[in-house]
Design a protein around this ligand. Structure first.
Ligand code: ADP
Ligand code: MG
Length: 496
Protein backbone atom coordinates (compact mmCIF):
# COMPACT_ATOMS: atom_id res chain seq x y z
CA UNK A 1 0.00 0.00 0.00
CA UNK A 2 1.37 3.40 -0.90
CA UNK A 3 2.00 5.99 1.81
CA UNK A 4 1.02 8.83 -0.48
CA UNK A 5 -2.35 10.26 0.38
CA UNK A 6 -2.89 11.74 -3.04
CA UNK A 7 -2.89 8.36 -4.80
CA UNK A 8 -5.75 7.60 -7.06
CA UNK A 9 -7.66 4.36 -6.66
CA UNK A 10 -5.45 1.41 -7.56
CA UNK A 11 -7.62 -1.19 -9.31
CA UNK A 12 -5.50 -4.01 -7.90
CA UNK A 13 -6.61 -2.96 -4.43
CA UNK A 14 -10.28 -2.44 -4.89
CA UNK A 15 -13.14 -2.98 -7.23
CA UNK A 16 -16.25 -0.87 -7.36
CA UNK A 17 -19.35 -2.53 -5.98
CA UNK A 18 -22.30 -0.23 -6.47
CA UNK A 19 -21.36 3.02 -4.79
CA UNK A 20 -18.67 1.45 -2.64
CA UNK A 21 -15.26 -0.11 -2.99
CA UNK A 22 -14.38 -3.54 -1.74
CA UNK A 23 -10.82 -3.77 -0.49
CA UNK A 24 -9.01 -6.96 -1.14
CA UNK A 25 -6.08 -6.48 1.23
CA UNK A 26 -8.06 -5.37 4.23
CA UNK A 27 -9.15 -8.74 5.50
CA UNK A 28 -10.91 -9.86 8.65
CA UNK A 29 -8.76 -10.76 11.66
CA UNK A 30 -9.93 -14.39 11.59
CA UNK A 31 -11.47 -16.50 8.80
CA UNK A 32 -15.20 -15.85 8.70
CA UNK A 33 -16.32 -19.42 8.24
CA UNK A 34 -16.69 -20.03 11.98
CA UNK A 35 -18.75 -23.27 12.36
CA UNK A 36 -22.27 -22.61 13.62
CA UNK A 37 -21.95 -24.36 16.99
CA UNK A 38 -18.72 -22.51 17.82
CA UNK A 39 -20.20 -19.24 16.60
CA UNK A 40 -23.31 -19.62 18.76
CA UNK A 41 -21.24 -20.36 21.83
CA UNK A 42 -19.01 -17.36 21.15
CA UNK A 43 -22.02 -15.08 20.70
CA UNK A 44 -23.46 -16.31 24.00
CA UNK A 45 -20.20 -15.52 25.75
CA UNK A 46 -19.90 -12.15 24.05
CA UNK A 47 -23.46 -11.13 24.94
CA UNK A 48 -22.93 -12.02 28.59
CA UNK A 49 -19.54 -10.27 28.60
CA UNK A 50 -21.24 -7.12 27.30
CA UNK A 51 -24.15 -7.35 29.75
CA UNK A 52 -21.94 -8.06 32.74
CA UNK A 53 -19.47 -5.27 31.95
CA UNK A 54 -22.16 -2.68 31.33
CA UNK A 55 -21.58 -2.39 27.57
CA UNK A 56 -25.29 -1.68 27.48
CA UNK A 57 -28.08 0.70 26.61
CA UNK A 58 -31.74 1.11 27.40
CA UNK A 59 -34.13 -0.19 24.79
CA UNK A 60 -35.74 2.36 22.51
CA UNK A 61 -38.51 0.03 21.38
CA UNK A 62 -39.40 -1.38 24.81
CA UNK A 63 -38.17 1.32 27.14
CA UNK A 64 -37.86 0.28 30.75
CA UNK A 65 -35.86 2.48 33.05
CA UNK A 66 -34.89 -0.51 35.18
CA UNK A 67 -33.69 -2.78 32.39
CA UNK A 68 -30.55 -2.76 30.28
CA UNK A 69 -29.74 -4.50 27.00
CA UNK A 70 -26.30 -5.01 25.57
CA UNK A 71 -25.54 -2.31 22.99
CA UNK A 72 -25.57 -3.59 19.39
CA UNK A 73 -22.03 -4.69 18.56
CA UNK A 74 -19.81 -6.64 16.18
CA UNK A 75 -18.37 -9.95 17.27
CA UNK A 76 -14.86 -9.36 15.89
CA UNK A 77 -12.69 -6.24 15.78
CA UNK A 78 -12.68 -4.49 12.39
CA UNK A 79 -9.60 -3.80 10.32
CA UNK A 80 -8.26 -0.26 10.09
CA UNK A 81 -4.87 0.46 8.49
CA UNK A 82 -2.28 1.04 11.22
CA UNK A 83 -0.50 3.84 9.42
CA UNK A 84 -3.70 5.88 9.08
CA UNK A 85 -4.84 5.11 12.62
CA UNK A 86 -1.55 6.38 13.99
CA UNK A 87 -1.70 9.42 11.77
CA UNK A 88 -5.11 10.61 12.96
CA UNK A 89 -4.18 9.89 16.58
CA UNK A 90 -1.01 11.95 16.18
CA UNK A 91 -2.88 14.85 14.58
CA UNK A 92 -5.64 15.09 17.19
CA UNK A 93 -3.80 17.61 19.42
CA UNK A 94 -3.42 19.84 16.35
CA UNK A 95 -7.13 19.44 15.66
CA UNK A 96 -7.85 20.35 19.30
CA UNK A 97 -5.74 23.48 19.01
CA UNK A 98 -7.37 24.45 15.74
CA UNK A 99 -10.89 24.19 17.17
CA UNK A 100 -9.83 26.08 20.29
CA UNK A 101 -8.40 29.01 18.34
CA UNK A 102 -11.30 29.09 15.90
CA UNK A 103 -13.72 29.22 18.83
CA UNK A 104 -11.91 32.33 20.13
CA UNK A 105 -12.20 34.14 16.79
CA UNK A 106 -15.52 35.98 16.89
CA UNK A 107 -14.98 37.76 13.57
CA UNK A 108 -14.25 34.51 11.73
CA UNK A 109 -17.27 32.71 13.20
CA UNK A 110 -19.42 35.70 12.33
CA UNK A 111 -18.19 35.75 8.75
CA UNK A 112 -18.68 31.98 8.36
CA UNK A 113 -22.15 31.89 9.85
CA UNK A 114 -23.54 35.23 8.63
CA UNK A 115 -25.66 33.65 5.91
CA UNK A 116 -26.38 30.43 7.77
CA UNK A 117 -28.07 32.25 10.63
CA UNK A 118 -30.39 34.04 8.22
CA UNK A 119 -31.83 30.74 7.02
CA UNK A 120 -31.24 28.33 9.89
CA UNK A 121 -33.21 29.09 13.02
CA UNK A 122 -31.33 26.71 15.32
CA UNK A 123 -27.89 28.09 14.48
CA UNK A 124 -29.36 31.58 14.71
CA UNK A 125 -30.54 30.97 18.29
CA UNK A 126 -27.13 29.64 19.27
CA UNK A 127 -25.57 32.70 17.68
CA UNK A 128 -27.86 35.05 19.66
CA UNK A 129 -26.66 33.47 22.89
CA UNK A 130 -23.07 34.00 21.78
CA UNK A 131 -23.74 37.68 20.98
CA UNK A 132 -25.54 38.16 24.29
CA UNK A 133 -22.77 36.76 26.48
CA UNK A 134 -20.13 38.59 24.46
CA UNK A 135 -21.86 41.92 24.93
CA UNK A 136 -22.26 41.26 28.67
CA UNK A 137 -18.65 40.12 29.03
CA UNK A 138 -17.70 36.43 29.15
CA UNK A 139 -17.52 35.36 32.81
CA UNK A 140 -15.40 32.22 32.48
CA UNK A 141 -12.27 32.65 30.37
CA UNK A 142 -11.46 28.90 30.31
CA UNK A 143 -12.94 26.59 27.68
CA UNK A 144 -13.13 22.81 28.06
CA UNK A 145 -13.11 20.90 24.79
CA UNK A 146 -14.03 17.20 24.86
CA UNK A 147 -13.80 16.61 21.13
CA UNK A 148 -14.15 13.68 18.78
CA UNK A 149 -12.92 13.74 15.18
CA UNK A 150 -14.53 11.11 12.99
CA UNK A 151 -12.88 9.48 9.97
CA UNK A 152 -13.41 6.90 7.31
CA UNK A 153 -10.55 5.18 5.59
CA UNK A 154 -11.07 6.32 2.01
CA UNK A 155 -10.39 3.68 -0.62
CA UNK A 156 -9.78 5.94 -3.64
CA UNK A 157 -7.01 7.91 -1.88
CA UNK A 158 -5.85 5.10 0.46
CA UNK A 159 -5.93 7.40 3.47
CA UNK A 160 -8.16 8.51 6.32
CA UNK A 161 -10.56 11.35 5.53
CA UNK A 162 -12.39 13.38 8.12
CA UNK A 163 -16.17 13.24 8.36
CA UNK A 164 -16.43 15.94 11.04
CA UNK A 165 -15.16 17.06 14.43
CA UNK A 166 -17.76 16.95 17.18
CA UNK A 167 -17.52 19.69 19.79
CA UNK A 168 -20.69 18.80 21.71
CA UNK A 169 -21.90 15.55 23.31
CA UNK A 170 -19.20 13.35 21.77
CA UNK A 171 -20.36 9.95 22.93
CA UNK A 172 -19.06 6.40 23.40
CA UNK A 173 -15.93 7.30 25.37
CA UNK A 174 -17.03 4.80 28.00
CA UNK A 175 -18.50 2.01 25.88
CA UNK A 176 -15.79 1.91 23.21
CA UNK A 177 -12.97 0.65 25.46
CA UNK A 178 -15.33 -2.05 26.75
CA UNK A 179 -15.73 -3.44 23.25
CA UNK A 180 -11.96 -3.49 22.84
CA UNK A 181 -11.84 -5.61 26.00
CA UNK A 182 -14.68 -7.81 24.74
CA UNK A 183 -12.78 -8.40 21.50
CA UNK A 184 -9.60 -9.30 23.41
CA UNK A 185 -11.63 -11.86 25.30
CA UNK A 186 -13.22 -13.23 22.12
CA UNK A 187 -9.89 -13.51 20.28
CA UNK A 188 -8.54 -15.35 23.31
CA UNK A 189 -11.50 -17.75 23.16
CA UNK A 190 -10.66 -18.35 19.51
CA UNK A 191 -7.07 -19.16 20.47
CA UNK A 192 -5.77 -16.11 18.60
CA UNK A 193 -3.68 -14.55 21.38
CA UNK A 194 -1.03 -13.63 18.81
CA UNK A 195 -3.44 -11.03 17.40
CA UNK A 196 -3.95 -9.17 20.67
CA UNK A 197 -1.06 -6.78 20.01
CA UNK A 198 -2.99 -5.48 17.00
CA UNK A 199 -5.76 -4.12 19.21
CA UNK A 200 -4.66 -0.64 20.34
CA UNK A 201 -5.02 0.46 23.96
CA UNK A 202 -7.98 2.76 24.53
CA UNK A 203 -8.03 5.09 27.54
CA UNK A 204 -10.96 7.21 26.35
CA UNK A 205 -12.97 7.12 29.56
CA UNK A 206 -10.06 7.91 31.88
CA UNK A 207 -8.79 10.73 29.69
CA UNK A 208 -12.16 12.42 29.15
CA UNK A 209 -12.97 12.28 32.86
CA UNK A 210 -9.51 13.52 33.73
CA UNK A 211 -10.28 16.52 31.49
CA UNK A 212 -13.47 17.25 33.42
CA UNK A 213 -11.65 16.96 36.74
CA UNK A 214 -8.90 19.33 35.55
CA UNK A 215 -11.61 21.82 34.63
CA UNK A 216 -13.25 21.32 38.03
CA UNK A 217 -9.92 22.14 39.71
CA UNK A 218 -9.57 25.33 37.67
CA UNK A 219 -12.99 26.43 38.92
CA UNK A 220 -11.56 26.19 42.39
CA UNK A 221 -14.46 25.41 44.73
CA UNK A 222 -14.08 21.91 46.27
CA UNK A 223 -17.81 21.83 47.06
CA UNK A 224 -18.96 22.56 43.51
CA UNK A 225 -20.35 19.78 41.30
CA UNK A 226 -20.19 18.70 37.67
CA UNK A 227 -23.51 19.09 35.84
CA UNK A 228 -24.36 16.67 33.04
CA UNK A 229 -26.95 18.24 30.75
CA UNK A 230 -29.02 15.27 29.62
CA UNK A 231 -31.88 14.39 27.32
CA UNK A 232 -35.41 13.92 28.71
CA UNK A 233 -34.96 10.18 28.27
CA UNK A 234 -31.44 8.74 28.16
CA UNK A 235 -30.98 5.55 26.15
CA UNK A 236 -27.19 5.63 26.14
CA UNK A 237 -27.22 5.57 29.92
CA UNK A 238 -24.19 3.35 30.56
CA UNK A 239 -21.91 5.53 28.47
CA UNK A 240 -22.99 8.56 30.51
CA UNK A 241 -23.04 6.89 33.93
CA UNK A 242 -19.57 5.39 33.49
CA UNK A 243 -18.27 8.94 33.03
CA UNK A 244 -19.90 9.83 36.33
CA UNK A 245 -18.50 6.77 38.13
CA UNK A 246 -15.03 7.32 36.63
CA UNK A 247 -14.97 10.93 37.80
CA UNK A 248 -15.76 9.74 41.35
CA UNK A 249 -13.15 6.99 41.07
CA UNK A 250 -10.45 9.44 40.05
CA UNK A 251 -11.46 12.04 42.61
CA UNK A 252 -14.04 11.11 45.27
CA UNK A 253 -14.56 14.82 46.05
CA UNK A 254 -16.20 15.48 42.70
CA UNK A 255 -19.93 14.81 42.53
CA UNK A 256 -22.08 14.73 39.40
CA UNK A 257 -25.67 15.86 39.00
CA UNK A 258 -27.81 15.18 35.94
CA UNK A 259 -30.53 17.55 34.72
CA UNK A 260 -32.29 18.22 31.42
CA UNK A 261 -32.63 21.75 30.04
CA UNK A 262 -36.24 22.06 31.24
CA UNK A 263 -35.22 21.25 34.82
CA UNK A 264 -32.25 23.61 34.64
CA UNK A 265 -34.49 26.46 33.59
CA UNK A 266 -36.89 25.78 36.48
CA UNK A 267 -34.36 25.04 39.19
CA UNK A 268 -31.25 26.93 38.14
CA UNK A 269 -30.19 30.47 38.96
CA UNK A 270 -27.18 32.74 38.85
CA UNK A 271 -25.78 34.54 41.87
CA UNK A 272 -24.78 38.20 41.51
CA UNK A 273 -21.24 37.06 40.83
CA UNK A 274 -22.48 34.65 38.10
CA UNK A 275 -22.09 31.39 39.99
CA UNK A 276 -24.50 28.77 38.60
CA UNK A 277 -26.66 27.24 41.34
CA UNK A 278 -28.94 24.26 40.70
CA UNK A 279 -31.00 22.93 43.60
CA UNK A 280 -28.62 24.66 46.03
CA UNK A 281 -25.55 23.09 44.43
CA UNK A 282 -22.90 25.27 42.86
CA UNK A 283 -21.80 24.04 39.43
CA UNK A 284 -18.12 24.07 38.49
CA UNK A 285 -18.30 22.25 35.14
CA UNK A 286 -21.15 21.74 32.68
CA UNK A 287 -20.88 18.70 30.38
CA UNK A 288 -23.49 18.73 27.61
CA UNK A 289 -24.79 15.34 26.52
CA UNK A 290 -27.83 17.08 25.05
CA UNK A 291 -28.60 20.47 23.55
CA UNK A 292 -27.25 19.77 20.07
CA UNK A 293 -30.57 19.39 18.26
CA UNK A 294 -33.72 21.52 18.00
CA UNK A 295 -35.98 18.81 19.46
CA UNK A 296 -34.12 19.11 22.78
CA UNK A 297 -35.38 22.70 23.11
CA UNK A 298 -39.15 22.24 23.47
CA UNK A 299 -39.92 25.89 24.16
CA UNK A 300 -38.13 29.13 25.00
CA UNK A 301 -37.62 27.80 28.50
CA UNK A 302 -34.85 25.42 27.35
CA UNK A 303 -33.16 28.24 25.44
CA UNK A 304 -33.30 30.29 28.65
CA UNK A 305 -31.49 27.43 30.38
CA UNK A 306 -28.78 27.38 27.71
CA UNK A 307 -28.29 31.14 28.12
CA UNK A 308 -28.24 30.83 31.91
CA UNK A 309 -25.44 28.26 31.68
CA UNK A 310 -23.53 30.30 29.13
CA UNK A 311 -23.68 33.42 31.30
CA UNK A 312 -22.30 31.55 34.29
CA UNK A 313 -18.83 31.19 35.75
CA UNK A 314 -18.91 27.41 35.24
CA UNK A 315 -16.52 25.87 32.71
CA UNK A 316 -18.57 24.47 29.85
CA UNK A 317 -18.03 21.61 27.45
CA UNK A 318 -18.77 23.10 25.08
CA UNK A 319 -18.96 26.87 25.37
CA UNK A 320 -21.39 28.34 22.85
CA UNK A 321 -18.38 29.40 20.75
CA UNK A 322 -17.04 25.82 20.66
CA UNK A 323 -20.51 24.62 19.71
CA UNK A 324 -20.56 27.10 16.81
CA UNK A 325 -16.99 26.23 15.82
CA UNK A 326 -18.20 22.63 15.41
CA UNK A 327 -20.93 23.45 12.87
CA UNK A 328 -20.74 22.01 9.38
CA UNK A 329 -20.54 25.49 7.86
CA UNK A 330 -17.43 26.32 9.88
CA UNK A 331 -15.92 22.95 8.92
CA UNK A 332 -16.45 23.85 5.27
CA UNK A 333 -14.90 27.31 5.66
CA UNK A 334 -11.87 25.83 7.44
CA UNK A 335 -11.18 23.73 4.37
CA UNK A 336 -10.81 26.84 2.17
CA UNK A 337 -7.24 27.63 1.12
CA UNK A 338 -5.22 29.74 3.54
CA UNK A 339 -7.63 29.50 6.48
CA UNK A 340 -5.92 26.90 8.69
CA UNK A 341 -2.69 28.91 8.65
CA UNK A 342 -4.36 31.64 10.69
CA UNK A 343 -4.71 29.29 13.64
CA UNK A 344 -1.91 26.73 13.43
CA UNK A 345 1.56 26.67 11.86
CA UNK A 346 2.08 26.20 8.16
CA UNK A 347 3.45 22.72 8.73
CA UNK A 348 0.51 21.74 10.95
CA UNK A 349 -1.91 23.17 8.39
CA UNK A 350 -0.39 20.98 5.71
CA UNK A 351 -0.80 17.88 7.86
CA UNK A 352 -4.41 18.59 8.80
CA UNK A 353 -5.49 19.56 5.31
CA UNK A 354 -4.49 16.08 4.10
CA UNK A 355 -7.32 14.77 6.25
CA UNK A 356 -9.95 16.96 4.60
CA UNK A 357 -11.99 15.87 1.66
CA UNK A 358 -13.69 18.30 -0.73
CA UNK A 359 -16.05 20.68 1.07
CA UNK A 360 -18.09 23.22 -0.87
CA UNK A 361 -20.06 26.31 0.05
CA UNK A 362 -23.55 26.53 -1.43
CA UNK A 363 -23.78 30.27 -0.84
CA UNK A 364 -25.38 32.37 -3.55
CA UNK A 365 -22.26 33.19 -5.53
CA UNK A 366 -20.73 31.75 -8.72
CA UNK A 367 -18.67 29.16 -6.77
CA UNK A 368 -21.84 28.05 -5.00
CA UNK A 369 -23.66 27.82 -8.35
CA UNK A 370 -20.91 25.55 -9.63
CA UNK A 371 -21.18 23.30 -6.57
CA UNK A 372 -24.96 23.04 -6.97
CA UNK A 373 -24.62 22.10 -10.64
CA UNK A 374 -21.96 19.52 -9.90
CA UNK A 375 -24.10 17.89 -7.17
CA UNK A 376 -27.18 17.82 -9.38
CA UNK A 377 -25.18 16.18 -12.14
CA UNK A 378 -23.35 13.60 -9.95
CA UNK A 379 -25.30 13.28 -6.69
CA UNK A 380 -23.71 9.91 -5.86
CA UNK A 381 -20.35 11.64 -5.43
CA UNK A 382 -21.51 13.94 -2.62
CA UNK A 383 -23.25 14.29 0.73
CA UNK A 384 -25.51 17.29 1.28
CA UNK A 385 -25.46 18.49 4.88
CA UNK A 386 -27.69 20.86 6.80
CA UNK A 387 -26.43 22.44 10.06
CA UNK A 388 -27.49 19.56 12.29
CA UNK A 389 -25.86 17.11 14.65
CA UNK A 390 -26.87 13.75 15.98
CA UNK A 391 -27.19 11.66 12.82
CA UNK A 392 -29.96 11.10 10.30
CA UNK A 393 -30.01 14.63 8.86
CA UNK A 394 -27.76 14.40 5.81
CA UNK A 395 -29.01 13.91 2.27
CA UNK A 396 -27.68 11.35 -0.20
CA UNK A 397 -28.08 10.13 -3.76
CA UNK A 398 -31.15 11.05 -5.77
CA UNK A 399 -32.60 13.09 -2.90
CA UNK A 400 -29.69 15.55 -3.27
CA UNK A 401 -31.04 16.32 -6.73
CA UNK A 402 -34.57 16.81 -5.49
CA UNK A 403 -33.56 19.10 -2.62
CA UNK A 404 -31.07 21.15 -4.63
CA UNK A 405 -33.47 21.65 -7.52
CA UNK A 406 -36.01 22.97 -5.02
CA UNK A 407 -33.67 25.43 -3.28
CA UNK A 408 -31.29 26.10 -6.19
CA UNK A 409 -32.29 29.73 -6.73
CA UNK A 410 -33.11 30.75 -3.17
CA UNK A 411 -31.10 31.60 -0.09
CA UNK A 412 -32.48 28.40 1.44
CA UNK A 413 -29.53 26.60 -0.12
CA UNK A 414 -27.18 28.55 2.17
CA UNK A 415 -28.40 26.41 5.08
CA UNK A 416 -26.44 23.48 3.58
CA UNK A 417 -22.89 22.56 2.71
CA UNK A 418 -21.77 19.98 0.18
CA UNK A 419 -19.11 17.39 0.88
CA UNK A 420 -17.32 14.78 -1.22
CA UNK A 421 -18.63 11.35 -0.37
CA UNK A 422 -15.95 9.27 1.34
CA UNK A 423 -15.64 5.64 0.15
CA UNK A 424 -14.75 3.32 3.01
CA UNK A 425 -13.70 -0.28 2.36
CA UNK A 426 -16.39 -2.90 2.78
CA UNK A 427 -15.55 -5.63 5.26
CA UNK A 428 -17.58 -8.47 6.72
CA UNK A 429 -18.41 -8.94 10.38
CA UNK A 430 -20.99 -10.61 12.60
CA UNK A 431 -23.56 -8.19 13.94
CA UNK A 432 -25.02 -9.02 17.36
CA UNK A 433 -28.25 -7.25 18.31
CA UNK A 434 -30.65 -7.92 21.16
CA UNK A 435 -33.38 -10.42 20.24
CA UNK A 436 -31.97 -11.06 16.77
CA UNK A 437 -29.97 -13.98 15.44
CA UNK A 438 -26.31 -13.26 14.78
CA UNK A 439 -25.73 -12.35 11.15
CA UNK A 440 -22.66 -12.02 8.91
CA UNK A 441 -23.06 -8.77 6.98
CA UNK A 442 -21.10 -6.35 4.79
CA UNK A 443 -20.04 -3.37 6.85
CA UNK A 444 -18.09 -0.11 6.89
CA UNK A 445 -16.39 1.36 9.96
CA UNK A 446 -16.02 4.95 11.15
CA UNK A 447 -13.18 5.75 13.52
CA UNK A 448 -13.55 8.49 16.15
CA UNK A 449 -10.51 10.02 17.83
CA UNK A 450 -11.12 11.79 21.14
CA UNK A 451 -9.18 14.81 22.31
CA UNK A 452 -9.21 17.04 25.40
CA UNK A 453 -8.23 20.69 25.44
CA UNK A 454 -8.47 23.31 28.18
CA UNK A 455 -7.40 26.86 27.63
CA UNK A 456 -8.16 30.57 27.56
CA UNK A 457 -7.85 32.89 24.59
CA UNK A 458 -4.13 33.31 25.26
CA UNK A 459 -3.01 30.14 26.94
CA UNK A 460 -3.56 26.41 26.46
CA UNK A 461 -3.16 24.45 29.69
CA UNK A 462 -4.14 20.96 28.56
CA UNK A 463 -4.03 19.54 25.03
CA UNK A 464 -3.98 15.79 24.60
CA UNK A 465 -5.30 12.64 23.02
CA UNK A 466 -8.13 10.84 24.75
CA UNK A 467 -8.54 7.43 23.16
CA UNK A 468 -10.76 6.41 20.27
CA UNK A 469 -13.93 4.63 19.23
CA UNK A 470 -15.06 2.54 16.29
CA UNK A 471 -18.62 2.44 15.03
CA UNK A 472 -19.52 0.02 12.30
CA UNK A 473 -22.64 -0.05 10.15
CA UNK A 474 -24.20 -2.00 7.35
CA UNK A 475 -22.44 -0.99 4.13
CA UNK A 476 -25.74 -0.29 2.40
CA UNK A 477 -27.06 2.36 4.82
CA UNK A 478 -25.99 5.97 4.57
CA UNK A 479 -26.00 6.61 8.30
CA UNK A 480 -26.10 3.88 10.88
CA UNK A 481 -26.79 5.18 14.37
CA UNK A 482 -25.97 2.63 17.08
CA UNK A 483 -29.18 3.29 18.99
CA UNK A 484 -31.13 3.55 15.72
CA UNK A 485 -30.39 -0.13 15.08
CA UNK A 486 -28.39 -0.01 11.86
CA UNK A 487 -24.99 0.22 13.41
CA UNK A 488 -23.07 -1.17 16.30
CA UNK A 489 -20.02 -0.65 18.47
CA UNK A 490 -16.79 -2.20 17.44
CA UNK A 491 -13.06 -1.98 18.07
CA UNK A 492 -9.98 -1.47 15.96
CA UNK A 493 -7.84 -4.25 14.54
CA UNK A 494 -4.70 -2.65 13.09
CA UNK A 495 -3.57 -3.93 9.70
CA UNK A 496 -0.39 -3.27 7.74
P1 ADP B 1 -23.80 14.25 12.46
O1 ADP B 1 -23.43 15.54 13.08
O2 ADP B 1 -25.25 14.08 12.26
O3 ADP B 1 -23.14 13.08 13.12
P2 ADP B 1 -22.01 13.70 10.24
O4 ADP B 1 -21.40 14.69 9.36
O5 ADP B 1 -21.09 13.03 11.20
O6 ADP B 1 -23.23 14.38 10.98
O7 ADP B 1 -22.71 12.61 9.35
C1 ADP B 1 -23.44 11.54 9.90
C2 ADP B 1 -23.04 10.23 9.24
O8 ADP B 1 -23.20 10.31 7.83
C3 ADP B 1 -21.59 9.86 9.44
O9 ADP B 1 -21.41 9.18 10.66
C4 ADP B 1 -21.33 8.99 8.23
O10 ADP B 1 -21.81 7.68 8.43
C5 ADP B 1 -22.18 9.64 7.14
N1 ADP B 1 -21.37 10.64 6.39
C6 ADP B 1 -21.22 11.94 6.69
N2 ADP B 1 -20.40 12.57 5.84
C7 ADP B 1 -20.02 11.64 4.95
C8 ADP B 1 -19.17 11.66 3.79
N3 ADP B 1 -18.58 12.78 3.38
N4 ADP B 1 -19.01 10.51 3.12
C9 ADP B 1 -19.61 9.36 3.50
N5 ADP B 1 -20.43 9.28 4.57
C10 ADP B 1 -20.64 10.40 5.29
MG1 MG C 1 -21.17 12.64 13.16
Amino acid sequence: MSSNCENECDPSHCSLIGDNCKLTYNESCVPLDIPEDILNELVDKAKDYALMHGACMRSKTAFDRDTLQFAPFFLLPSAFPKREFERVVKFQPIMNKLIHHVAQDYEFLKKCLKKTIMVDDFTSRLWKIYETVRSEGISQPHCLGLLRSDYFYNVPTLCAKQVETNTIASSFGALSPKFGDLHRYILGELGKEELLSKLPENNALEALCDGMIEAWKIYGNPKAVVLFVIEDVTYNICDQRFHEFEIRRQNPDVHVIRRNLTEISKRGKLTDDKRLIIDDKEVAVVYFRAGYEPAQYHTDVEWDARLLIERSLALKSPTISYHLAGTKKVQQELAMPGVLERYISEEESKLLSQLFTGLYSLDLHPEGDKAVEMAIEYPEKYVLKPQREGGGNNIYGEEIRTVLKRVQHSSEREAYILMDRIRPPILSNYVVRPHEPVKLIDVVSELGIFGVIIGTKDKIMVNKNAGHMLRTKMSTVNEGGVAAGQGGLDSVYLTD
